[in-house]
Write a protein that binds this ligand. Structure first.
Ligand code: ADP
Ligand code: MG
Length: 406
């Protein structure tokens, strides 16, 4: 019984290794095609404007392979944030894309070949068995390794060759799959130095998140205590006075009741403000796309909005993007001197990307205030990134990428 179970486990592992290599053939061939397209685009020069499109193909293929390899490894391989560069020159120097291209070259050659080796085992076995059976019907037959099959002894030899092919599978495929899984993963994963850096970042942001949560709780407590609670105390007080006035002189109770009503309305407004600061109700009611369009419409500067199709996003991701845009639009109105702002919001791979461009005089500096630092803290707590490009003289580009958490 246990032997049968062990056999089944071994068989399933073998099948899994085999599938990893065989499925890798299709992505390997795709990698070869994309690699040829990439080289042609760069070498032909006139085709360079097509580079962003080809770069997107490279990234899409690498993303697919990261998901696939992550499934076999048992843990996900993170995708690098989408490249901020748009021009061919920026793209050619983008480290993320360069890394993807190194992987592409490896997978196009080694991935395809490893897959071919895995496929050749069952294919060679079946082919040789068929040859050994049909030799009397077909003249001048040869086996897959070119030995003639024109007699029964030669047919017997062909069956042995078939057995050899069948043996290659269990002998060669597992170590080959194990080796290639790790080589492939190491090319697809972020480089080691960036992992060390990332660990340091994670430790720093973890401390920042704990700190920010603590401060946020204190702020909410203070807002509730100083604002809402005070107003409610006033409501209770005025209602008490109105009650006493009603007993003495009902006519004098009316102004007190109106004051109590006003205090209740104020308390409600305060409470709404506190709730809005925690999670904007517009996000819950209408979703991020509408909330972003609403923010842009209320911007004091003319604002162009380009929102791509968005999947359902986790609350903290949508809230971080919303607060980042609110701060970015306030900054453009307050500091930039811009005449036009463009807001882009889209999903690329596993990332939600928010980009705010303004044509103002630039010079944004996160060390000079708390808003931009706040955005960085908030998005890095979600493993996101913030890039600010704002040379003196402008223009300013703020780009926030947050994992969609799919
Ligand atoms: N879009 C922008 N254009 C020009 N300067 C900017 C822009 N955004 C921010 N800044 C500059 O960067 C500084 C830091 O911004 P921020 O961290 O949001 O702080 P705050 O808005 O509270 O001053 C601002 O004081 C401003 O001088
Ligand atoms: Mg600001």
């Amino acid at each position: 019984m246990t032997d049968a179970l062990a056999d089944r486990g071994r068989y399933q592992r073998h099948l899994r290794n085999f599938r990893y290599l065989v499925d890798g053939t299709s992505t390997g061939v795709a990698a070869l095609v994309v690699l040829v397209a990439l080289v042609a685009t760069v070498v032909l020069v006139v085709t360079l404007p097509l580079l962003p499109k080809v770069a997107r193909l490279v990234r899409a293929l690498a993303t697919t392979e990261r998901r696939r390899t992550g499934r076999y490894l048992g843990f996900p391989i993170p995708n690098p944030p989408p490249s901020a560069g748009r021009s061919p020159r920026e793209l050619l120097t983008d480290p993320g894309l360069r890394r993807d291209v190194v992987w592409l070259s490896l997978h196009a050659v080694v991935g395809t070949m490893a897959g071919a080796v895995a496929i050749s085992s069952p294919l060679g076995a079946v082919q040789n068995v068929i040859i050994a059976m049909i030799w009397p019907l077909v003249p001048n037959l040869v086996s897959t390794i070119n030995t003639p099959v024109t007699s029964w002894p030669q047919a017997g030899l062909t069956l042995l060759i078939a057995a050899g092919y069948a043996a290659i599978g269990p002998l060669v495929v597992p170590p080959l799959a194990h080796w290639y899984l790790h080589v492939n993963a190491s090319r697809l994963a972020p480089p080691k130095t960036s992992l060390v850096q990332r660990l340091a970042d994670v430790m720093a942001t973890r401390a920042a998140v704990v700190d920010a949560n603590d401060r946020e709780l204190q702020r909410i407590e203070r807002d509730l205590h100083d604002g809402t609670q005070n107003r409610l105390v006033a409501v209770v007080m005025h209602l008490g006075m109105a009650e006493r006035a009603l007993r003495r002189d009902p006519a004098s109770a009316l102004p007190l009741m109106l004051t109590a009503q006003n205090a209740a309305v104020d308390a409600l407004a305060e409470l709404r403000g506190v709730v809005r600061g925690i999670y904007p109700p517009v996000l819950a009611d209408r979703g991020l796309a509408d909330a972003v369009a609403g923010l842009a419409n209320h911007s004091t500067l003319p604002c162009r909005v380009d929102i791509g199709p968005l999947p359902r996003l986790p609350g903290p991701v949508a809230a971080a993007a919303y607060f980042a845009l609110a701060e970015a639009l306030t900054n453009t109105a307050k500091h930039s001197g811009a005449r036009q702002v463009t807001v882009r919001l889209f999903v690329e791979g596993d990332w939600l990307v928010l980009q705010v461009d303004d044509d103002g005089h630039g010079g944004a500096d996160e060390e000079q205030g708390s808003g931009l630092v706040g955005i960085r803290r908030r998005v890095s707590a979600l493993d996101g990134t913030m890039d600010l490009h704002s040379p003196p003289g402008g223009p300013t580009v703020l780009r926030v990428c947050i994992p969609t958490g799919e």
